[in-house]
Design a protein around this ligand. Structure first.
Ligand code: AMP
Ligand code: MG
Length: 492
């Protein structure tokens, strides 16, 4: 094995009931579509070797590094509100953990790598389309500065998978701070395996929240930290118009990363009720529902920890409630703080929240594009600008005209000079997000025509979301009427 993979495998050293040991199933003809070279380097891997024949065999699951101890993790989860006691990695296999250049332990997992004991009726495979989608969107999220799992590589398998139709198969190499979910805790809690919950909690504290170990009540500190991480994460989603689509507890990372890019989508026109996922018929995971669902998922997490919080049930419940009480204010603070920065307000004044919410309301009533509105406000903030670029985004421009003078009066109270403010606004209001129609188009080119050039170009543009990139302005535009994507699919 000439590609060095210095895997260390702490999760595989936990008791056997935490996972199943299972190697990836080889595929017929692996071919590399894209390697994330900068991420590879961050992980201390040699991009050149990884892109070579042996490296690609590892990325496809055809070859297992000597240091790897491949496992499929056990977990449970609430899916659309219904508890499923056994889910687990049904089409993903953890190869092992690497310590990255910053000293952070990161999981390296193959997704689409064959059946495991948790596959149930599934084939353990992934179609190429969803692999490309996860690559594009997770890397875009990372570039936007939002905590997320990463995409190290995408390969085609030379095999087909059967979904509604026959589709080419793919494997994604996913990198995460860990793959431990609220559902992982639920797996043990629902079996009455308090020892399992405790071992997992100790593992998560040691790996993700070491400061909790120094607290007087480490499990309470763990709960507090996870509550905070989720509240801040979901605020970040809301500030870029991201809709996860499947906020089940098995897709809720205790490390606070965005995980599981299925039917996720970014909204174009601001619409609090926006929901794209074809399987979300009730709109449970609509854009504006996300903060409340996050809180619900955390309540399920808190339930798992009750036996660790206190021997006395009432006392444990009281602790959990206290901890969960922090969710709303942390979320609101993060969201409003972010909204203020998006508006170019670097100081805090009374009425800022209302100013922001009134703009959002006007945007919603007038189909204004979420991303472009804020991006163009960055330029409109100059006293020499008349705001025409923003105004044109509103179906009825008088809605913007009514709001704008309030904003300008507020900007006048800001101490920052114009250039500073503009730079600050451009650094938080992206020009480029993975708009649905763009993602859809690059998937179509790759899957239907084997043409990955559009995919590569989109990934590259999205890696610099805050730069103007004048050669690529078409990627910043909302979809034309006929390009609009109304539904997204997991396609698992
Ligand atoms: P997801 O919708 O990706 O969060 O997956 C929910 C559950 O279904 C997880 O336990 C997955 O491992 C499992 N699953 C999804 N697709 C497949 C598949 N093609 N084969 C086996 N298991 C799958
Ligand atoms: Mg999942």
């Amino acid at each position: 094995m000439s590609v060095p993979f210095p895997f260390d495998n702490t999760y595989a050293r936990l008791p056997g009931r935490f996972y199943a040991r299972v190697p990836p199933t080889p595929v017929r003809a692996p071919r590399l579509i894209r390697l994330n070279e900068s991420l590879a380097a961050q992980l201390g891997l040699d991009p050149e070797l990884l892109a070579g024949e042996e490296g690609v065999e590892v990325l496809a699951g055809n070859r297992v590094a000597d240091s790897a101890e491949p496992i499929a993790a056990a977990y449970a989860g609430h899916q659309f509100g219904t508890f499923v006691p056994q889910l687990g990695d049904g089409r993903a296999i953890l190869l092992g953990e690497l310590i990255d250049r910053a000293g952070v332990r990161r999981d390296v997992q193959l997704k689409g790598s064959g059946r495991t004991p948790y596959s149930r009726g599934g084939d353990g495979r992934a179609a190429l389309g969803p692999v490309l989608r996860e690559y594009v969107v997770s890397e875009a999220m990372a570039a936007l500065g939002i905590p997320t799992t990463r995409a190290l590589a995408a390969v085609t398998t030379g095999e087909t998978v059967i979904r509604e139709t026959v589709l080419p198969g793919g494997v994604l190499t996913r990198v995460a701070s860990s793959h431990i979910r609220v559902g992982t805790f639920q797996f043990f809690a629902s079996r009455g395996d308090v020892e399992g919950v405790r071992l997992l909690a100790d593992y998560v504290v040691a790996r993700h929240y070491p400061e909790a170990a120094r607290s007087e009540r480490p499990y309470r500190a763990l709960l507090d930290a996870v509550v905070r991480a989720q509240a801040e994460l979901i605020a970040r989603w809301m500030l870029v118009g991201f809709i996860h689509g499947v906020m089940n507890t098995d897709n809720t990372s205790v490390a606070g990363e965005t995980i599981d890019y299925g039917p996720c989508a970014f909204m174009d026109a601001y619409d609090p009720g926006a929901v794209f996922s074809a399987i979300d018929r009730q709109g449970r995971y609509a854009y504006s529902m996300q903060p409340a669902i996050g809180e619900w998922n955390l309540a399920r997490f808190a339930e798992c920890l009750l036996p660790l919080l206190s021997d006395d049930t009432d006392a444990a419940v009281a602790e959990a409630e206290q901890s969960l009480d922090a969710y709303r204010p942390v979320f609101e603070g993060a969201f409003l703080g972010g909204l203020r920065r998006k508006l170019g307000l670097l100081t805090e004044r009374e009425g800022d929240a209302e100013l922001g919410r009134d703009l959002l309301q006007a945007m919603g009533a007038n189909g204004a594009d979420f991303t472009l509105t804020f991006r163009r406000l960055s330029d409109a903030a100059s006293v020499r600008e008349d705001g025409a670029g923003v105004r044109s985004l509103f179906a009825n421009s008088s809605a913007y005209d009514e709001w704008e003078p309030r904003w300008r009066r507020r900007l006048a109270q800001e101490p920052a000079d114009e250039a500073t403010r503009r730079a600050a606004m451009l650094a938080v209001n992206p020009a480029f997000i993975p708009r649905n129609h763009l993602v859809e188009a690059v998937i179509r080119a790759g899957v239907d025509e084997g043409d990955f050039a559009p995919f590569h170009e989109l990934v590259t543009v999205l890696s610099n979301p805050f730069e103007a990139q004048p050669a690529f302005t078409r990627y910043a535009e909302p979809p034309a009427e006929h390009e609009r994507v109304l539904q997204t699919f997991c396609g698992t």
